[in-house]
Design a protein around this ligand. Sequence first.
Ligand code: ADP
Ligand code: MG
Length: 256
Amino acid sequence: MALEFRSVTKTFPTTSGGEMTAVSDVSFRVEKGEFVSVVGPSGCGKSTILSMTAGLYQPTRGEVLVSDQPVMGPNAHVGFMLQKDLLLPWRSIITNIEFGLEARGVSKADRRARAMEELEACHLAGFEHHYPYQLSGGMRQRAALARTLAIDPEIILLDEPFSALDAQTKLLLQNAFAKTISEAGKTTLLITHDLAEAVLMSDRILVLSERPGSVIAEIKIDLPHRDEPIKRRVLPEVSDYAAQLFKYLKLEEKAA
Ligand code: ADP
Ligand code: MG
């Protein structure tokens, strides 16, 4: 399912009674099955873009379309996953994964079967009756992904899902997510601060300017192994792409 932003501007009211523009005139399209990352300075409106895709905020101007239909509010086409896993501590892993299905009125037997499928796809078999506190950070993120996939959304939104993890867990988890997401054929929008991560995981990267965020570059990543970042990372072109991102984000100038 394709996602499209058409000249989207979002302003928020300020406490002093004025308004602040978070993103300005943002246009892009993500094709079905494509994995697109969004990078840009802090506060440039990346999370705001995800919230509008999820239907949590309406654009002030312009349109957000999912399958050519304007997004009017939260809906089942879009699954949202945050940096914090938001697993409910009093529920077991399997009942956490079932949560969204329960809210949709799916029968007990059906939701257990669906949840078990996703639990296995996310390599958590054997941990269904554990509680979130018994799992490592990486496993909790996989459980959160399983919960997001359980409702079978066409579009998956990931807001810095790996940023709180140590380097090795991060690499393994990027790999696990990439595999699971491409096997499921999902359209994905990933927000990240990690430029290497964007290169390793994406078909395409959107670079945003400082606030108000607008798209200053779109970089197509022409490399194999999108479903296995751990293989992609040894390709020599990876650092060339990262250097391009560095340049667009003016990181050297800022360091000087
Ligand atoms: P990013 O994710 O790129 O760091 P955000 O999308 O979270 O940026 O925020 C962009 C700007 O919009 C920030 O200045 C933030 O304070 C502001 N903002 C985000 N959400 C709201 C809101 N609900 N009300 C007011 N201002 C907001
Ligand atoms: Mg953010």
